[in-house]
Design a protein around this ligand. Structure first.
Ligand code: 4NP
Length: 156
């Protein structure tokens, strides 16, 4: 099983959106028994909460399931247990690298690094911008390319 973890700051806006959109894509490609998807936040303020209303509305509108999703904070073991850890922005990425230290981890990178023609490198935080549509557009292109990358690398 290939395990993929999306990481943002609060785990209520961006990483749950990436988790849900990526899982939907994985299922549509018939890979749900080969790729497992999860998300977590570097911060712990929203532990146990549902995704943000803006993320819920957007996903529901597009018939993408949010069933069972609850915010959690990233744990040290996650760095050993997930082969792909995908940050939403440079701050998340820095926090992940600090947590990983000199450990031998799986792939740690930023979502929009998979979109070389993207106009931004970080997924802007809609908790502050309130622009969930923009997040969806970036997450949609990032997750598509990420899945291509993983399929190629894992020979799936
Ligand atoms: P997210 O957005 O990292 O995309 O889930 C945030 C949600 C909550 C907070 C910050 C960012 N917060 O400071 O509570």
């Amino acid at each position: 099983m290939v395990r993929v973890l999306f990481v943002c700051l609060g785990n209520i806006c961006r990483s749950p959106m990436a988790e849900a959109v990526f899982r939907d894509l994985v299922t549509k490609e018939g890979l749900e028994h080969k790729i497992e998807v999860d998300s977590a936040g570097t911060g712990g303020w929203h532990i146990g909460n549902l995704p943000h209303e803006g993320t819920r509305e957007l996903l529901t509108k597009r018939n993408i399931s949010i069933e069972g999703m609850k915010a959690r904070q990233i744990a040290d073991d996650d760095l050993d247990e997930f082969q792909y850890i995908i940050a939403m922005d440079a701050q998340n990425l820095g926090d992940l690298h600090r947590m990983a230290g000199r450990r031998n981890t799986g792939y740690i990178g930023r979502l929009l690094d998979f979109v070389p023609d993207s106009r931004v490198e970080d997924v802007p935080d809609p908790y502050f911008t309130d622009n969930f549509d923009e997040v969806y557009e970036l997450v949609e292109s990032g997750t598509k390319r990420l899945l291509e990358f993983i399929r190629h690398r894992e020979k799936l």
